[in-house]
Design a binder for this molecule. Structure first.
Ligand code: NAG
Ligand code: NAG
Ligand code: NAG
Length: 434
């Protein structure tokens, strides 16, 4: 008993951030959006009224409304790729800022004053997205978020904050983002997601011409603090480093990263976490079939463990036992896709991974996947307690808490997406859902 409690993590066990400078930015697929423009200087395009009108005839636009319901000042940053493939920031007045690295292969700061959209507490701001935008993000931060521009093989890249890098220049800031794409034919896709992290609470409402409004409100205003309390409580139950998923600044939690992103910070913390469960699942399906409901033309498919591999009828290849990292990300090991994978394989990956994440494989009825509803998810250890707890703090059940949260037996759908071909106004609730 004494030995046990001495191994216990500190009461909270949070991970403290340590923000650095421009050299601490991360250039990766997830953080760096690359466009085509390369100029000596940044360019600012101020929409001329006439040009604006003619441009509007060709390119769709979108009304945006930002409601600052956070308990204080917030900066917004709207960035993405314009119809010519150039990376840009759109400012409150609809003018567009095209950053330039001046050819620098190391990142160069983008001046705050050129790109931020300030929002006083309680303020409502209306602005127009002047053109179609791909890979768009609207960031919201209780402070200043650091963005840089770097020369890439194809042009300019905008280097954005990395949520799980402790030395990221923005690591000490409470921030979050909404992702959006407005296609050239005027179809809007906007989403909120907790697959990577929970930060500044953001909710959305979309009004649609000639149709019903859509919403995805996501987490409550005090979600980060409450999720961190629940993770600490879980850590004191199973002595696993759940509290470490909470990133804190001076001890105050500002962001919760998923176990998938936490793996980069602590590759050993959960290494053995799923081992016994994986063994038990493999043992169970040696003598009875695991039935995967492909929910498509291939119907139900039987899978059996032979040797150490799960093989499914009609599948082009089998599945090894997943590691913790495989289960957190659903994209590696047995859950990694390869070219040539057939439709059975592509149907099994999300369903098998979701069944692990939610720990329903050994439950009664768990031999058919998916078949059990959400009241059966996350009931036994081990499980993805991050996903369990994040869902507990969603006000409307919207927002994926792992990559295949859309796998369900019925019409349950945790998708935090709003989408329409006739979008009117996208409203973002910052800091607190309505
Ligand atoms: C953008 O370019 C950088 C540097 O070449 C690269 O590391 C990054 O993965 C690229 N981003 C994407 C989304 O491809
Ligand atoms: C969220 O939206 C972005 C931008 O449109 C898109 O790239 C991404 O795949 C979407 N994610 C989900 C889970 O729908
Ligand atoms: C869930 O809802 C999203 C957005 O409405 C949709 O794109 C997706 O296909 C739905 N998934 C399922 C499994 O119904």
């Amino acid at each position: 008993m004494a030995i046990r409690s001495s191994r216990r993590a500190p009461p909270d066990g949070f991970t403290e951030v340590n923000p650095g400078g421009i050299d601490d930015l991360t250039i990766s697929r997830d953080t760096t959006l690359n466009g085509t423009f390369q100029g000596e200087e940044p360019i600012i395009v101020i929409p001329d009224e006439d040009a604006g009108l003619s441009a509007r005839a060709e390119s769709p636009t979108l009304n945006l409304q930002f409601l600052n319901r956070f308990n204080g000042f917030v900066n917004a940053y709207l960035t993405g790729m314009d119809p010519e493939g150039r990376v840009a920031f759109i400012r409150a007045d609809g003018s567009v800022y095209y950053p330039s690295s001046g050819g620098s292969s190391v990142p160069v700061w983008i001046p705050q004053a050129d790109v931020r959209i300030p929002l006083e507490a309680g303020q409502q701001l209306n602005m127009v997205l002047p053109f179609a935008l791909t890979s768009g993000r609207i960031y919201y931060a209780a402070g200043e978020l650091s963005f840089a521009v770097v020369s890439t093989p194809i042009g300019e890249g905008i280097v954005q904050p990395a949520p799980n890098v402790l030395t990221d220049p923005s690591a000490g800031v409470n921030w979050g983002f909404v992702e959006l794409t407005l296609t050239s034919s005027g179809v809007l896709y906007a989403n909120i997601s907790y697959v990577d992290f929970v930060g500044m609470p953001l909710g959305m409402e979309l009004t649609v011409y000639g149709g019903e409004s859509q919403s995805a409100y996501g987490v409550s205003s005090d979600a980060v603090g409450n999720i961190c309390n629940s993770l600490s409580a879980q850590a004191s139950r199973d002595l696993r480093p759940w509290g470490g998923l909470c990133l804190s600044s001076s001890g105050v939690p500002i962001r919760v990263v998923s176990p998938y992103l936490y793996h980069d910070l602590d590759a050993n913390g959960f290494t053995t976490y799923w081992d016994q469960y994986g063994n038990d699942v493999w043992q169970k399906f040696r003598n009875q079939p695991l039935v995967i409901d492909t929910q498509g033309p291939r119907g139900h498919v039987n899978c059996y463990v032979q040797g150490d591999t799960l093989n499914c009828d009609g599948d082009n290849r089998g599945y090894g036992r997943p590691t913790a990292r495989d289960i957190w990300g659903c994209d590696s090991g047995p859950f990694g896709k390869m070219s040539g994978d057939n439709d059975v394989h592509l149907a099994v990956i999300p369903r098998l991974c979701a069944a692990f994440v939610r720990s329903t494989l050994l439950s009664q009825g768990g031999e058919v996947q998916p078949s059990l509803g959400s009241s059966n998810y996350y009931l036994v250890d081990p499980t993805n307690h991050y996903s369990r707890i994040v869902h507990e703090h969603e006000v409307d059940g919207k927002g994926y808490a792992f990559a295949y949260d859309d796998v369900n037996p019925g019409s349950e759908n945790a998708s935090g997406t709003v989408s329409s071909g006739q979008p009117d106004t996208l409203t973002i609730f910052i800091g607190s859902p309505p």
